[in-house]
Design a binder for this molecule. Structure first.
Ligand SMILES: [Zn+2]
Length: 357
């Protein structure tokens, strides 16, 4: 026990790490960042578990196991001109079924230690009694059809949050490329299918995540949605000028909607120079939190680690290191109530408002 409130976190790619390494969620590993043992050590009470569909082209290259090929594949996402075509629906649905099935199986085989949460009340209960809370999330709407039938099936399976796009193009909208420095205003927003999807998600009371989307896409969603604006894993653009972070105008809109932004721990989204270099002091993470709190108030800031999908600051290392981050916040002067709000309280509030229960 760390003595700090439990953390509920806005984003991880743990299922990808489990698939890639073959490690078990239930056992302590030195690979990746999250498993149940390290979560308990660090006071991680749960989070959004992202289902991210690897592009078929990239999957092919990954299978080749050649680091140079891999590097080339990843660099595809640095610029819009080299992005792959939107992937076929059937491929995305197959991949999503596999990932969701694996997450549901973790719950099934956990003997009650892990729960897929479907309401804010269930989330609160988990945080109180120490059951690890998994929120099923799509990072990219690729597995969804235009008519909303697949959404019904995935909702029935527990899906409660959808990020419209990753940093690429799909059948609904497009995201921001991984280039630096750049504004998030990198391209068009939602097409008509994207706008219709926002209406479907609103109606179904599924959370809409705005991390990765272009600034135009952000404003398109803001104009349609009746839910609080959520950016699950993005930081302050004024401190680190990657298009993945949020401008002051975007932060103001999130505040206006009583929404939330989750602190992304990726070194490249924290450092002033935008480099993927793990040499980042914990104080820099606190700087981003502090900036967002100044702009939006304490009630609109949460955590959004990007565990298992990004490069962690060396000092933090993985989920077991979370008490160090909480201590750094405490050292900066945050009260126990404020720490609770940032750790989980704000997420619970926003999800209750979004889901209605
Ligand atoms: Zn992401």
């Amino acid at each position: 026990m760390s003595g700090f409130p439990p953390i509920f976190d806005g984003h991880n790619d743990t299922i990808l790490s489990l698939i890639a390494t073959g490690r078990s969620f239930m056992e302590r590993s030195e690979e990746g960042h999250v498993d149940l043992v390290r979560a308990r050590e660090g006071g991680l009470g749960g989070g959004f578990f992202a289902v991210y569909i690897i592009d078929p082209v990239l999957k092919q290259l990954r299978a080749s196991d050649d680091p140079e090929e891999m590097e080339r594949a990843m660099s595809m996402y640095a610029d819009e001109s080299t992005w792959p075509e939107p992937m076929p629906l059937e491929y995305a649905q197959n991949q999503a079924l596999d990932a969701l099935g694996r997450l549901l199986k973790i719950e099934q085989e956990s003997d009650g230690a892990v729960k897929i949460i479907r309401t804010a009340a269930e989330l609160e209960e988990c945080l109180e009694n120490g059951t690890f809370a998994m929120l099923l999330h799509f990072e990219g709407a690729e597995p969804l059809d235009f008519d909303g039938y697949a959404l019904e099936v995935f909702y029935a399976a527990g899906l409660r949050s959808v990020g419209l796009t990753h940093s690429r193009r799909n059948r609904f909208t497009q995201g921001v490329p991984f280039k630096f420095p750049a504004s998030p205003d990198t391209g068009p927003g939602l097409n008509e299918h994207g706008k219709e999807l926002v209406r479907q998600l609103n109606k179904r009371k599924v959370a809409i995540d705005l991390s990765h989307i272009t600034e135009q896409g952000f404003w398109d969603v803001a104009a349609i949605t009746d839910a609080p604006l959520i950016a699950t894993h993005s930081n302050a653009w004024s401190l680190t000028q990657t298009p993945r972070n949020l401008t002051d105008k975007q932060l103001a809109a999130i505040k206006e909607s009583n929404g939330i932004a989750g602190l992304n721990y990726h070194a490249g989204f924290l450092r002033e120079d935008g480099k993927s270099d793990a040499d980042v002091p914990l104080s820099r993470m606190v700087d981003h939190i502090e900036y967002m709190v100044e702009r939006m108030g304490i009630e609109c800031v949460g955590m959004g680690s990007d565990f298992d999908g990004a490069l962690m600051p060396a000092e933090l290392k993985d989920a077991a290191g979370l008490p160090k981050l909480m201590q750094a916040l405490k050292d900066r002067g945050y009260s126990d109530d404020e720490l609770r709000a940032i750790a989980y309280g704000n997420w619970v509030r926003v999800l209750r408002e979004t889901w209605g229960a």
